[in-house]
Design a protein around this ligand. Structure first.
Ligand SMILES: NC(=O)c1ccc[n+]([C@@H]2O[C@H](COP(=O)([O-])OP(=O)(O)OC[C@H]3O[C@@H](n4cnc5c(N)ncnc54)[C@H](O)[C@@H]3O)[C@@H](O)[C@H]2O)c1
Ligand SMILES: CC(C)[C@H](C(=O)O)[C@@H](O)C(=O)O
Ligand SMILES: [Mg+2]
Length: 361
């Protein structure tokens, strides 16, 4: 029997609630496909800070590195906001994990399930059939650039500093991922930056253009300024196939696109490096406003695990079945509060898990 080593990191807020449903799906995969998951549960984020004074320990990092895949919930919350040193914040634990594993390619599919075409804040005709893939650079840019910090100014007052920095090879490796992905889909890439005001954006545009001309001229490439991209996502989102962008713009644009699919609770993600384990986490955060109430939507976390099956564990068939089961559960009218509309059946986190497990059979 094949055994896969999985590190499970539920994290903070709604993390443990949604990950309990992921565990049920994992058990289904074991039973159906005759594989075994050797699961090590660890701490990340505020819960790790509370236990060890560190949002992601080196021991946990070593376990992550030795895994086949890392499946995470979410981190953060008001309990730690402004009360811990900046590099000890819950989010710093997640950034350490991404950086240390060099997970530079963050894939964020934004797909509108048919049953949810009326759940978006946009009209049905704008979102029905929507299928966008964000390819977000995740290991560089302003999230990690030096210098950074908050400093006292000599004449009094303070300054906050962050640096947007991209080297050519960082742009080339993420662009390659976007072009390769596009070839398997609609063969179109929009590359979003701010080449009009930032040198890092200009270099981004030049390197994408060069790589495209040299190796990917069969893919249709369009450059778009990131602010226009945000507007176009709301105006006519179905014009997009693959959106290639940097760390910060990718963070913002993917949250905006989440609402096209019905809810932020629907968006999964995969973060991949050059070999080594991938990290699979929902795009949403710890949702402190609903944590502990049993009403969080577990679908983004479950779809993230499906991405782990597809990209790290070579179990694409199991991933397809999980995605089909999510679709069938939504077709049957089950909705968590974030997706609820008239005539549907409102369920909590466990109820949505029950529905998906039932659909899996
Ligand atoms: N990857 C991560 O772990 C991650 C991502 C984003 C934010 N965060 C952190 O989460 C904390 C809260 O941030 P925020 O409030 O800006 O963003 P958030 O994503 O946690 O929540 C935004 C809104 O979406 C709702 N929402 C999110 N996920 C949902 C789900 N699965 N089901 C139903 N509703 C859901 C929330 O209730 C809230 O109203 C912050 O500390 C932030 O740093 C972590
Ligand atoms: C929590 C935070 C570090 C993270 C990010 O900004 O990348 C989150 O917003 C995300 O989208 O994964
Ligand atoms: Mg985000």
């Amino acid at each position: 029997m094949t055994t896969y080593k999985i590190m499970l990191l539920p994290g903070d807020g709604i993390g443990p609630e949604i990950m309990a449903q992921v565990r049920r799906v994992m058990t289904w995969v074991e039973g159906t496909y005759g594989v075994s998951f050797d699961i090590t549960e660890g701490l990340i984020g505020g819960c790790s800070y509370d236990a060890y004074g560190d949002p992601f320990t080196d021991e946990a990092l070593a376990t992550a590195k030795a895994s086949d895949a890392i499946v995470m919930g979410c981190v953060g919350g008001p309990k730690w906001d402004g009360k811990t040193a900046y590099d000890k914040r819950p989010e710093a634990g997640l950034l350490k994990l991404r950086k240390q594993l060099d997970l530079f390619a963050n894939l964020r599919p934004a797909m509108c399930f048919d049953a949810l075409a009326d759940a978006s804040s946009l009209k049905r005709e704008f979102v029905a059939g929507l299928d966008i893939l964000f390819v977000r650079e995740l290991a560089g840019g302003v999230y990690f650039g030096e210098p950074r910090g908050i400093e006292d100014l000599p004449g009094g007052g303070r300054v906050g500093i962050n640096t947007q920095r991209y080297e050519d090879w960082e742009i080339i490796r993420i662009s390659r991922v976007a072009f390769e992905m596009a070839r398997k889909r609609g063969s179109r890439v929009h590359s979003a930056e701010k080449a009009n005001v930032m040198e890092a954006g200009l270099l981004w545009r030049e390197e994408v253009t060069k790589l495209h001309a040299a190796e990917y001229s069969d893919v249709k490439l369009e450059h778009i300024l990131a602010d226009n991209c945000a507007m176009q996502l709301v105006k006519a989102p179905k014009q997009f196939d693959v959106i290639l962008t940097d760390n910060l713009f990718g963070d913002i644009l993917s949250d905006a696109a989440a609402m096209l699919t019905g809810s932020l609770g629907m968006l999964p993600s995969a973060s991949l490096g050059d070999g080594g384990p991938g990290l699979y986490e929902p795009v949403h955060g710890s949702a402190p406003d609903i944590a502990g109430k049993g009403i969080a939507n577990p679908i983004a976390a479950i779809l993230s695990f499906a991405m782990a099956l597809r990209y790290s564990l070579d179990m694409g068939d199991a991933a397809d079945k999980i995605e089909t089961a999510v679709s069938a559960t939504l077709e049957a009218g089950l909705r968590t509060g974030d997706l609820m509309s008239a005539g549907m059946t409102e369920v909590g986190t466990i109820g949505m898990g029950d529905g998906i497990l039932n659909a899996l059979g």
